[in-house]
Unconditional design. Structure first.
Ligand SMILES: CC(C)(COP(=O)(O)OP(=O)(O)OC[C@H]1O[C@@H](n2cnc3c(N)ncnc32)[C@H](O)[C@@H]1OP(=O)(O)O)[C@@H](O)C(=O)NCCC(=O)NCCS
Length: 169
């Protein structure tokens, strides 16, 4: 079964702002990685659900490198949008920017890709609309998504083998 709808990246775009409070921090007074990852997952999930208008489950998160610590009192801006849709899965590009409210300065702290699968209430995978890239940058990300997906599926095959060995004892 195929989903015949088409959507653009702008249709799924999700932007969240969070003011970093002391409760979000580690013992050094900077934003805790796990809290940031929770916000990132939420932002990516909104983009995925906007694209497919169904439930969507996180399947993979690519490498996350935290380039710069984020201080209590700074604002975190999270931006996500679908970069490519496959049959039931979607790749979502994510960018994390920190804003220092005292100076207005913004810096890129992390960027990565998520993959989500659209599912029904029973959790079985469902077809998603096609993503139509509109700009040259979007077309480049769309083309590159194929290679990233192949690498994730290789990882998935390795993990499946590991799970088999674990079952075998
Ligand atoms: C998401 C899930 C339902 C998919 O089930 P499944 O049995 O793998 O289903 P399928 O084999 O039909 O795969 C569904 C899609 O996921 C893709 N997929 C599966 N593993 C993947 C991986 N590691 N990386 C990227 N895509 C992957 C498949 O390629 C397929 O996409 P396509 O239809 O666009 O080609 C299942 O893997 C799952 O429940 N995972 C746990 C998710 C979870 O708990 N997330 C946290 C809560 S939101």
């Amino acid at each position: 079964m195929k989903n015949s709808k088409k959507k653009t990246a702008a249709d799924s775009r999700s932007v969240m702002h969070r003011l970093v409070m002391p409760k979000d921090s580690n013992t050094l007074g900077t934003l805790m990685g796990g809290v940031l990852m929770h916000w990132m997952d939420m932002c990516a999930a909104i983009a995925a659900r906007r694209h497919c208008n169904r439930y969507a489950m996180t399947v993979t998160v690519d490498r996350i490198q935290l380039a710069s610590a984020i201080q209590v009192g700074e604002v975190v801006i999270l931006e996500a949008e679908v970069t490519r849709a496959f049959r039931t899965s979607m790749e979502i590009g994510m960018r994390v920017v920190a804003e220092d409210l005292s100076t207005g300065e913004k810096r890129l702290c992390a960027s990565t890709f998520y993959s989500f699968v659209a599912v029904d209430k029973e959790g079985s995978a469902q077809p998603v609309p096609e993503l139509v890239p509109e700009t040259e940058e979007q077309r480049q990300r769309y083309r590159d998504a194929e290679k990233r997906r192949a690498s994730r599926l290789e990882d998935a095959a390795r993990i499946r083998e590991e799970a088999e060995r674990f079952r075998g004892g």
